[in-house]
Design a protein. Structure first.
Length: 504
């Protein structure tokens, strides 16, 4: 009974606080208080859920007491548990940051409720054990993201929003087609039940075809090569708090789903499907990092780097070994913190320097050396420098490739890390190290006029939190390594998941 209460909490709490926030939409102070209170409670519930999963390994709630596969299954294993906890932690950071980043107009039109609804949809995607319900949660994510992207109604935002929505609607249509075909051959949409029934299905070619439909759908949502073109046009257009949440969470949810499907359901022809995944991973790394190297706008560089880092995660899924999946889980969690933090830092740099364009920025390190240090922590982690968390994530993936002799993808991964460092050094050189261009303010007092002390605290506190996590995970990687190892073993040993869900 405890599991039936605990597992739905990450879905119910954001919904409840979104509803309360809408009631008080005219009261800015009340909305902010409700949002922060809700995020704290969500963090507590996520921590409680993860501790329960850690002690029990896999917990399941069958809503309405209908046994699987007939009812709606909510499943918490180590991978979904650490993802829900990461979402709650970063969501708390975003709510704090939003107090200084989101203007009154956006707050009045439902920013905080929309962010809570997006959090609910993300958690629903992570915890569902049913493919059709996953489709529903994806659609709720799309609706919430559409609202957040369009808040403000600027021309640039609307252009980015239209691209985001059209592409994701196309992705959803392909997803729904795959769902229909999968139901047609199995008579079920419970993921554990589908996995069992596909083992006895005698047409592997049809299964592989269906798996390619899901790959296209998930590939669009994850922004892998060659389906990434929409992301750089969308993620840099809204306020920083929104783009940071999108950058940290949404593409990682797609990777989570991809890892779930290609370890639990579509394993009939690994030599074909996972080879395609490996090629996609390698090309995504290369194209993403080259695209980022050509940019001179802070958030555009970071947006295209999302694509490059997604390639590493796909690489781990494609190698399909326990060590590779361990690396993927570690990499996903690390990237949630690091990528989100870099976006938040870009927002502070914009507030201090008045622009996201690197050529118009400068002198930030001279006036605010602490911000430069915080940037270097996240930037070096992104590039994979020891002893930061990104080093262990990339080291594990490279080690997994060495175990099976995947020399080409290892070479690509290492080369892309060097190019990633080039992009981070470019940001450092232009925005932090060089002097301000002529015609810009050039002293500390002029910088300070751009941002109040109170707002600076709201903006910097989440950055310090996420940077601290990056350092802690890097210096003490044992816990996340152990979590990732258990998650990888559960993904590879899918029998435990199936038995837990289908247990009478």
């Amino acid at each position: 009974m405890a599991d039936h209460i605990l597992l739905p909490l990450p879905l119910l709490l954001p919904l409840i606080f979104a509803a309360i926030g809408m009631v008080f939409y005219k009261n800015r102070t009340a909305q902010r208080t409700i949002a922060i209170t809700g995020s704290i409670l969500q963090l507590g519930a996520a921590g409680w859920l993860f501790s329960r999963i850690w002690s029990e390994e896999i917990i399941v709630a069958q809503l309405g007491n209908w046994a699987a596969p007939f009812g709606i299954s909510i499943v918490g294993d180590t991978f979904s548990g650490i993802m829900v906890l990461s979402v709650a932690l970063t969501g708390f950071a975003i709510f704090i940051y939003s107090l200084a980043d989101i203007d009154k107009k956006r707050e009045h039109f439902g920013y905080y409720p929309a962010l809570n609804l997006l959090t609910m949809a993300v958690n629903g995607t992570l915890l569902t054990g049913d493919i059709f319900n996953m489709f529903v949660w994806f659609e709720l994510m799309l609706i919430s993201a559409f609202m957040l992207l369009s808040l403000g109604n600027t021309r640039k935002q609307l252009e980015g929003t239209v691209k985001y929505v059209v592409i994701n609607l196309f992705s959803s249509a392909i997803f729904l087609a795959g769902v229909g075909l999968l139901y047609g051959i199995t008579g079920s949409l419970n993921m554990a039940d589908v996995a069992v029934k596909l083992e006895a299905f005698d047409n592997p070619g049809l299964i592989t075809t269906i798996s390619m439909l899901f790959l296209v759908s998930f590939g669009l949502k994850a922004a892998v090569f060659p389906l990434f073109f929409w992301l750089p046009s969308s993620y840099h257009t809204p306020p920083v708090a929104i783009s940071a949440f999108f950058a940290g969470i949404l593409t990682k949810v797609a990777i989570y789903v991809m890892a779930r499907f290609y370890t639990l359901i579509f394993i009939q022809d690994v030599g074909y499907t996972h080879t395609i995944l490996l090629w996609i991973g390698g090309l995504t790394m290369v194209i993403g990092v080259l695209g980022a190297a050509a940019q001179y706008e802070f958030r555009k560089i970071l947006s295209i780097h999302i694509v490059s880092q997604i390639g590493y995660m796909v690489m781990g899924i494609a190698l399909f070994t326990p060590m590779a999946l361990l690396g993927t889980v570690f990499f996903v969690v690390n990237q949630i913190f690091v990528k989100m933090n870099l976006f938040l830092i870009s927002g502070v740099a914009n507030r201090l320097g008045g622009s996201f364009e690197l050529k118009e920025l400068g002198g930030i390190y001279r006036n605010y050396p602490w911000l430069g240090v915080l940037f270097l922590i996240s930037a070096f982690s992104l590039a994979g420098f020891p002893p930061l968390s990104g080093f262990w994530a990339k080291f594990t993936l490279v080690y997994a490739g060495l175990e099976i002799g995947a020399w080409v993808i290892i070479g690509v991964a290492l080369a892309v890390s060097i190019l990633t460092l080039f992009s981070m050094v470019k940001i450092w050189a232009f925005a932090f190290w060089k002097a301000l261009p002529e015609g810009h303010e050039a002293n500390t007092s002029d910088y300070t006029k751009r941002i109040s002390t109170r707002d600076l605290v709201y903006l910097v506190a989440p950055i310090v939190l996420l940077a601290g996590l990056t350092v802690i995970i890097g210096v003490f990687p044992e816990f996340l390594y152990e979590v990732s190892e258990r998650a990888a073993n559960q993904l590879m040993g899918r029998t435990d998941y199936i038995e837990a869900v289908l247990r009478p």
